[in-house]
Design a protein around this ligand. Structure first.
Ligand code: HEM
Length: 346
């Protein structure tokens, strides 16, 4: 049939019969269980959209060369900003559920056993795609539990499978490592007091000096930290090269070519921060609803959620890097060739 004889109909397009026919409270119609179900379903729909956006971004970063000329970086940042907006909505949604009182919840809570939001496969996929690994999780043993309360075998297998894919964090690290800011060919005649062989080595020696002089007496130990992070070992999963590139972007973010990369880094920090805010709000809500009782999923409840909040930061290296910033007025002036290369020249 043509579109003329059978025009698209709103409810058919959205398959509302399926979505609106999927709320089946286990308790009588008088409880708040309908709200409880709808909130969770709304979360899961938004989780689906987040996963979709993360896959687009990971696709862009999976190539050996993020093609800025084709606007790929700007698409990636745009998608991540959308994720940020969705997370803001997800944080607000906690407020709606909190209109349900603990006594209201008790009316149907036992009927939910042993299921729990802990088993949300999509939430685990989001964490895994961003870069949280099984062995980095608080109480990793909970995740291996495939008994009631834990994941079913199929979901457990899916999470492990997703963990094997390149995470957004790994892809961003590889991108940072590929950045050509420190190609020696760019760095001719960098003026420095250091008679080092490479111009970029002179720059980093200058930076070390400036950073050291910015430290108060109580902070002198930090200078070894700078040495460790930017000269020897890197930080967490970030190599020395990746850390240097990221620091450089943050320091010289006013250079035109750094504006999108800087936006990328701050948006990743936003994603991490909003996820943590959600963990925090959810933990407070759980504490308010069930006090110190164990969760329906069988974890210690609020205690587990607090541990996850503390430990499940994903881009912590990016926030830690601010420890090593110095005042803009003290920054070494870059050689003309470097500045020119980092600008849009018409
Ligand atoms: C009355 C409201 C709620 C209470 C009392 C509650 C309680 C809990 C508790 C105690 C846990 C720890 C696992 C367990 O032993 O069960 C948990 C985990 C979780 N819940 Fe909820 N929850 C509530 C609402 C929600 C909502 C609306 C969502 C939205 C999807 C959600 C998603 C999650 C997720 C994703 C986890 C795993 C968190 C992590 O591992 O960091 N919960 N919840």
């Amino acid at each position: 049939m043509t579109e003329e004889t059978n025009p698209l109909y709103y409810a058919d397009y959205l398959e509302l019969d399926k979505i609106l026919g999927s709320q089946h409270p286990k308790s009588s119609g008088k409880t708040d269980e309908m709200l409880f179900i709808i909130i969770h379903q709304a979360y899961e729909l938004w989780f689906k959209q987040i996963i979709h956006e993360l896959d687009v971004v990971r696709g862009i970063f999976s190539t050996d060369n993020v093609n800025d000329n084709a606007g790929e970086m700007s698409i990636a940042v745009h998608k991540l900003k959308r994720v940020v907006k969705i997370l803001e909505v997800l944080n607000r949604q906690v407020d709606i559920l909190e209109t349900m009182t603990p006594m209201d919840f008790l009316e149907f809570r036992d009927l939910l056993l042993p299921s729990s939001g802990f088993q949300s496969l999509q939430f685990r996929i989001i964490e895994a795609k961003l870069g949280l690994k099984m062995d980095q999780r608080y109480k990793a043993s909970y995740y291996k539990n495939t008994r009631p309360g834990g994941f079913n075998q199929q979901d457990y297998g899916t999470i492990n499978q997703v963990e094997k894919e390149a995470t957004l964090k790994e892809l961003v690290i590889r991108w940072a490592e590929r950045t050509p800011f420190f190609d020696e060919s760019l760095w001719e005649k960098y003026p420095s007091q250091y008679p080092l062989e490479h111009e970029t080595a002179k720059f980093w020696s200058d930076y070390k000096q400036i950073y050291q002089s910015s430290l108060s007496n109580a902070e002198q130990g930090r200078s070894d930290e700078l040495e460790r992070v930017f000269y020897k070992e890197g930080l967490g999963e970030f190599s020395v090269h990746a850390m240097r590139a990221v620091l450089f972007i943050m320091l010289y973010r006013n250079l035109p070519i750094f504006q999108l990369p800087f936006d990328l880094l701050t948006t990743l920090i936003d994603v991490d921060e909003l996820l943590s805010q959600w963990r925090y709000k959810h933990m407070l809500m759980a504490r308010r609803m069930i006090g110190m009782r164990i969760g329906t999923g069988g974890t210690s409840g609020a205690g587990y959620l607090e541990g996850a909040l503390r430990q499940h930061y994903i881009f912590k290296e990016l926030t830690e890097i601010t420890t090593f910033l110095v005042e803009r007025s003290k920054l070494p002036d870059l050689p003309g060739a470097v500045k020119k290369r980092m600008s849009f020249n018409v």
